[in-house]
Design a protein around this ligand. Sequence first.
Ligand code: SF4
Length: 523
Amino acid sequence: MSQTIDKIKPGYPLFKQPEYQDLMARKRALSEEAHSDEKIQEVFEWTTTEEYKELNFARTALTVDPAKACQPLGSVLCSLGFENTLPYVHGSQGCVAYFRSYFNRHFKEPIACVSDSMTEDAAVFGGNKNMDSGLANAYALYKPEIVAVSTTCMAEVIGDDLNAFIGNAKKDGHLPESVPTPFANTPSFVGSHITGWDAMFEGFCNNFTKDQMEDKVVGSNKKINLVTGFETYLGNYRVMHRIMQEMDIPYSLLSDPSEVLDTPADGQYRMYAGGTTAEQMKDAPNAIDTLMLQPWSLVKTKKIVKGLWKQPASVIKIPMGLDGTDEFLMKLSELTGKAIPDSLTKERGRLVDMMTDSHTWLHGKKFGIYGDPDYLLGMVSFLLELGCEPTTILCHNGTKKWAKAMQKLLDSSPYGSDCEVFVGKDLWHFRSLMFTNKPDFMIGNSYGKFIERDTLAKGEEFAVPLIRIGFPIFDRHHLHRQTTWGYEGAMQILTTLVNEVLAQLDKETGTLGKTDFAFDLVR
Ligand code: SF4
């Protein structure tokens, strides 16, 4: 073997060595019972056809490649946004290993989250014992000030009673009564990560405000509450802080994991860092209003804000693109009487300038896009503002009502006239659509790279390059630190889009003396 201690090769060049090539060929011939290359090619070609698409869309009982994640994944992210809080998942160890590694790979950070490791016996007799010892151990080891409990499918299927289990654990001395323990039922056979985030936030609201409303007066603390919903761009938390500070508005960002998911490498491990405090949560009903920045994902939160806190829960869109950010800032101004400062007006002007500069390259470019409901509404709104043409929009965790709202948005612009919207469909459906209705680019999370590879395998002229915006992004570094909200976010998205278009143009016109008629230095 060519691998030696003095010259260690990583997998990619190593596996190109003849001995590995031989080994893989032998393995394939002797043990894989693989079909012939011709047969594989024939089936591959068939999966790119309109006929296959029809069959693919006739699927009713099978998800092939979901464009969504589990409810408890969302509940864990919500819990990470609170100060000194330990996310605790009542259920299977494997599920929690998946949540931790999902966030590890996306944020490149360690993720503090425990499970009470329910196994077969707990599936039969219930998970009460697991909860007792799990809470005791987690508290003894990690000294949290808050333990936020959610569930996996197993605990939900057998019907464990979280409220009773937590109450019993405290009564029997496994966890001090004084430790707040918000909880949420998060079965993943319904909903998705965005529902789980919402459910856990409702759990925090219940824990810190439900039986403590007597002395609360709407508007008495002169604050605005902001609730993000499931949000993985850390720049979005930071831009919200900046906007509120520049507008001189007292505020609480309810659930803010931007510190714990971005700790410095200075020799100190921070299991807990930053986050919304328990005091901020207790004070939340005293605010003028609570703005839900991803309203389609925050159904339970909205009920609490309106029903329990008696605040208006003013309707806004996700603050993405020009229009979404304008509306957000104007709502803040309307609610607080504060003027929009020059700094933000100038920032808006710079964005408009950038949009004008890049317009010639983005106008008429066709995009296929998939992701979560609010993100898609914000992103498509901005694409239309840029003169781009969305052609396929797929939202696995969207509803029919959401699809109507998306259609209304598309109908508001001439650039949205040639677009199809799909809800409840997965990435294998999206793959079919990338062959049968080819756009210039697709926009989505890292999983799109397999679709990109498949389209390229059919031939260069069928290739649909992937632009990585979304969650999760595992195969590129530091994109999660970027911003997609506010004028700042729009600038970053625009920069990404136009440079991907220009890079693609270079790629298509790079052959010396043949296609380099558009291989230009100045654009
Ligand atoms: S779908 Fe259910 S069982 Fe599977 S990882 Fe998610 S919570 Fe666990």
